[in-house]
Design a protein around this ligand. Structure first.
Ligand SMILES: [Zn+2]
Ligand SMILES: [Zn+2]
Ligand SMILES: [Zn+2]
Length: 113
């Protein structure tokens, strides 16, 4: 939370940084809903928490937006994700330390761990 925004409160809020964009993940609400389903039962629990992408501000700085785009572009969007190759812990240049899988077609990540 930007100190100036905090003092002004919601109604009078203005953006100190002109580069801020409404958060792409929470759509500017600053909240994120996580749905937890217990395996083997029909129970569905919903938790509301501060959006991890914008730290609950509803706004993304240029850097946060960059991180978001990086993360989004990292994942394979192919329909068939079975054609993937395994990379062991700590050897891949893509920046993921854990073992993971890359798609053979687009070379993006299909699964981590
Ligand atoms: Zn957000
Ligand atoms: Zn792919
Ligand atoms: Zn990798």
């Amino acid at each position: 939370m930007n100190p100036v925004n905090k003092i002004l409160g919601k109604g009078l809020r203005f953006d100190v940084s002109r580069n801020n964009t409404p958060c792409k993940v929470c759509k500017g609400t600053g909240k994120q809903t996580t749905t937890i389903t217990t395996w083997g039962s029909d129970k569905v629990e919903k938790f509301e928490s501060n959006c991890v992408w914008c730290n609950g501000t509803g706004q993304m700085t240029e850097q946060q937006l960059g991180n978001y785009n990086y993360d989004k572009n990292m994942w394979c969007k192919c329909k068939d994700k079975t054609d993937a190759y395994y990379v062991p812990d700590g050897v891949c240049r893509c920046g993921i330390g854990k073992h993971h899988y890359h798609c053979n077609k687009c070379k993006k990540v299909t699964q981590v761990g």
